[in-house]
Each structure stands twice: as C-alpha cells, then as structure tokens.
Design a protein. Structure first.
Length: 569
C-alpha cells in the first residue's frame, strides 16, 4: 500500500475512474464494471506509480512493458461479451491486471507471458490475491495454448500486422477474439473476430496503441518500424527544409504567406506544446496582432477561467478599469497567464482598442474555461469550451472572427491522435466538424530548452530543463533539419508529398502545467498524425521558460502592471 494514499483514497479514485473513464465513454456492461470495481489496480502497478493507478493512461511496468489504461481494459473485456461459464485465453499477461478483470467474470482464464520475470510475478500476485482461476504460462503467445483450446474468448494485449493463425484456430464456435492489428508500431486498430458456423466475422472497434506481439521466431508480428532509411530520411528533411519558412526574429518575421494560407478563416486556433514556454506565447501574440490588424479579428479566446479573463477584457476595452483589489490568475497554475509575454500583448491590445472609436471595433479578451471544469471529464470540458467559443462569436455578431489560444492537445484535431481511441474529442476537432475550412489550426513544438512547470498539481512553479526529444518523434524529425526555427505549412492543398509524410503516426510531446522528465515517454508522449492534426506547425528548436510575474499590491505601480497588479521577478 502506498505511503501517500490510503484504501479510502483508492476507493474514491476507482469510483471516479468507473464513472468518468468507463461509464462516461460508453462502457455499460455491468459484469465488466463490477469486475473493474472489485480488482485493486494499485496492486498491479509499480510501487513508485501507485498514486497514478487509476489515472486515464497506460503505465510502465518491468521489461519495458505497460499496463493498459483502464478504458482499454474495459473496452476489450466488454467486446469479449463474456459469460460466467466461459473459458478465456489472455495473451500478454504483463502485470496481470486484465487477466484479473477477465477472471472476475469468466470461469477460467489461461494467460501467456513471454517475459519470464513478468510471468512469475503475475503468478505470485494472483496467488497472493486469491485468484485461483487464473493459470499462467511463460511462453510464446502467438502460438496460443493449444492444450486448453478451444476458448470461448481470446484477449490479445499485443499488436501484430495480422491475427496469428494458431490463435484463430483455437477460437471455439461462437467465440470472440479481440486483438490490436496494424502496420505501425504502437498505433493500431482494435479488431473483434466472431466465429459463426465456421466463418469469422471481423469488426473494427477503433484506434489503439499496444506493444508489439513478438513470437519465438522473432518480431515478424510486430509491424513495420517508423525509423526511416538513410535515403528516406534525407528526402523527408529535404521536403521539410524546402517547405519551411524560417523565423529569424518573432518581432520582424514576414507573416504575409501565413496570412494568405489562413485566408478567410473565421476561427484560427493557436496551440502550444507547453503552458510555460516564452516563444509560443510571443509567436501567438505576433500572429494575433496581424490577424487583428489585417483581417479584422475581434475575439481572443483563451484557455483560461472566464472571471479572470473578464477582468483582463474590462481593462483592454476600457470598461470598468478602476483597480478593485481583485487579483486575477492567482489560482494554480498562476504563471500560465500571469507572465510578461501575456502582459505585453494585453497592453498592446489596450492601446489598439483605445484607437477604436466605436465599441464594436474593440477586441475582446475572453476565457473559455471555468474553475469547476477542472473536476469534469475531458470531453465535457472541451465541449464546454467550444460552446463558449460559439457563444462569443454569436455575441460579437455575424462578422466576428476569433483567435483561440490553448494547448496543442486542445486545438489539434483529436481524431488524428490516440485520444480518439479513448473516445475523446477536443476544441480542434469540434471546430473542424462545425466550421470546416473556416477553421485553421496551428501547432507548436520544440526540442529542448527550459520551461515553467510544476512537478505535481498545485505545486510551486519551477524552471525545468526540457529534455531533447525522443527518437521516432515529430520533434526529433524537426530537430534534425538545418533550420533552427520555422513555420511549416501542412495543409493538404499545399505540399502534397510532405503532407503525406506528415500524416504518418509518430510520437509527439505534450507538456502541460506539470512536467516529469523522469517518466517523459509515459507522461508526455502520445501518437499523432501531424498533418491531420494541424494545418500549420511552428517549430522553435531551443526555447526558454516564460517570465512569470509576482504579486505587487502597491497602487502606485498600477498604470504599468494593471490588470495584474504584478511585477516581474
């Protein structure tokens, strides 16, 4: 048991998991929900990660393997449509969590693990927990377990190019088989096969990401690697460098070509790969100024709480601007909007608005979030933010145009990422579905530098060193070009071959208000198709943290620092 969490804490987290991650995403099978409630997931994760046992993500275990996220375990269990008398084959035991869930529903579970140490620890764990209907084999999962075949259900927690024939042969009449299948490593489709009258029906259940299914003969089932050959890599770099528009200086870079690509778009969504990087904020501010001055954009909508942003809006538009003692952006994470980069943009916005004679010509600064939304599910929160954006556009009239500032994970189309496998959507996806070509999305990325972030939710801000990007990631691809900083058009009507290359699923990094470099792959990387996610990608090879502001309550400095009432460090 964790030194941090007690049994009551785990029970609360488990119930939250069931309500939000499972029921909230459409898991309705009562037997599956009951099994997930009974099985203590904290017993199946590494000791150092027990506090994340019910987090909505996969977690690392020994032998460089993972324990699948709760939703995927539940999705696969529900797809197996188990009955109490069923006999189940489970391939890829790992820590044994999925086998334990299946064993709470079915009569017998036969589970196979190719790593001896994992097989032995799972066997010991089942014995300690009293799960005596689960049988463990250290062996080649691609061959199945013919001694106990046929099976009423087969669960495969490792991916291959196709379903191994020995496994299909061990499926009983009327049996169900669920397996991730696909050519790309760690990005596949979850397939369900059902044997009826000797014929196997096939159904696609959606996108997933699993470790490869490795047989005793090698890695032929694992799918092709995304590591490019020497000539191919040169071709990719050449395409990127040919299409890239260098950014020597954010303040003076020519944005005319970008403005042409944005065209008549009504909504421009600007991302960030972290919530604490100066270059991302400065570049968004520069692009927003161009859109305001050249194209008549009159809304800046940000991933911030509505009451805080309203305070800024009153200041920027000259409404109710007297100092009231209210201090916005004082809740965690305070540095996300309370920094020099944002302050400079807000002061520019006020100066611009002061030149507008009519109220309707003034630019509004609006929040999309609410404090309570941090306790809601991802889909509820992003749906709310999108609905707020729609309301802001309606409020400002038929000619309204909005710039959106939010994290890449909010403004990039979620259907192009592994979020889709979790049943999640975001503002970017909703904008594309509702506005079509009138929505233009811009993502950001970096390789290394520093970032303002905390180690834990509610913790103090730290200036952390950003690790160089991982191999086979989007960031590593950009890092190896000969251009330090650039804008990269990805629109499908533009650079055809490059767009096709950037549609390949690769790892992509996301740093929020928390950064944990010690578990960077598990905590901050996900699979995504860049060209399907964004219309444009802006790259800064080396970046630095934002310049956070601290509270300065004296009124004499209000003209310089209002609407924050803060001074820089």
């Amino acid at each position: 048991m964790s030194d941090i969490l007690h049994q009551s804490d785990f029970l609360f987290l488990k119930e939250q998991m069931i309500e939000r991650q499972l029921k909230g995403r459409g898991i309705h099978n009562e037997a599956v929900l009951s099994a997930m409630h009974e099985i203590p997931r904290e017993e199946f994760v590494s000791k150092g990660l027990v506090e994340y046992a019910y987090k909505d993500s996969a977690l690392p275990i020994e032998e460089e393997q993972t324990i699948s996220q709760p939703f995927i375990v539940a999705l696969m269990a529900e797809a197996l449509d188990l009955e109490p008398e069923d006999k189940v084959l489970d391939i890829g035991t790992g820590s044994g969590y999925a086998a334990a869930v299946l064993g709470r529903i079915a009569s017998e579970v036969y589970t196979i693990e190719r790593h001896k140490s994992l097989a032995e620890s799972a066997r010991d764990r089942f014995k300690r927990l009293g799960y005596d209907n689960i049988h463990v084999l250290h062996g080649d999962g691609s061959k199945g377990w013919n001694e106990h075949a046929p099976f009423d259900a087969i669960n495969v927690a490792a991916a291959g190019k196709e379903v191994p024939q020995p496994i299909k042969d061990q499926l009983a009449e009327g049996g169900r088989l669920v397996i991730p299948v696909g050519p790309a490593p760690r990005s596949q489709n979850l397939i369900r096969l059902v044997r009826k009258d000797g014929i196997v029906d096939r159904e696609n259940l959606g996108k997933v990401r699993f470790v490869p299914l490795v047989s005793s003969r090698g890695n032929e089932n694992a799918g092709s690697t995304i590591k490019e050959s020497g000539n191919q890599r040169k071709t990719i770099f050449t395409m990127i460098e040919h299409a890239a528009e260098p950014v020597q200086d954010i303040g003076t870079v020519d944005l005319d070509a970008l403005m042409d690509r944005i065209g008549d778009s009504r909504v421009v969504l600007m991302g960030e790969a972290s919530h604490g990087t100066a270059e991302f904020y400065d570049m968004r501010a520069r692009m927003s100024k161009e859109l305001i001055e050249q194209k008549g954009f009159n809304i800046v909508a940000v991933e911030a709480d509505w009451p805080d942003a309203a305070h800024i809006d009153h200041y920027a538009r000259g409404a109710n601007a007297e100092y009231s003692g209210y201090k916005p952006f004082t809740r965690f994470p305070v540095w996300m909007w309370r920094n020099e980069q944002v302050l400079r943009f807000i002061n520019w916005l006020k100066l611009y608005n002061d030149t507008q004679k009519k109220p309707e010509g003034k630019i509004g600064f609006y929040g999309l979030d609410l404090y309570s939304m941090y306790a809601s599910s991802w889909n509820l929160r992003d749906s709310h933010m999108f609905e707020t954006l729609e309301a802001e556009l309606e409020y400002r009239g038929p000619n309204a145009k909005a710039v959106v500032w939010a994290h890449n994970s909010h403004v990039g189309d979620a259907s192009a990422t592994e979020m889709a496998a979790c049943g999640e959507h975001n503002i970017g996806q909703l904008a594309k579905e509702n506005f079509g070509r009138d929505a233009y999305s811009i993502g950001f990325g970096t390789d290394h530098g520093t970032v303002a972030a905390a180690s834990n939710w509610g913790g103090h801000m730290e200036i952390k060193k950003v690790r160089p990007s991982l191999p086979d990631s989007v960031e590593q691809l950009m890092n190896q070009t000969d251009i330090e900083n650039f804008m990269l058009p990805l629109h499908k009507n533009g650079h055809g071959p490059l767009t096709e290359e950037m549609m390949i699923a690769r790892l992509e990094r996301a740093i929020g208000v928390i950064y944990r470099p010690e578990t960077e792959l598990q905590s901050h990387y996900f699979q995504a198709s860049l060209a399907d996610q964004f219309d444009e990608y802006i790259w800064f090879n080396e970046t630095r943290s934002v310049d956070a502001l601290e509270l300065k309550p004296t009124k004499k400095d209000i003209p310089q620092t209002f609407p924050y009432g803060f001074k820089s460090h």
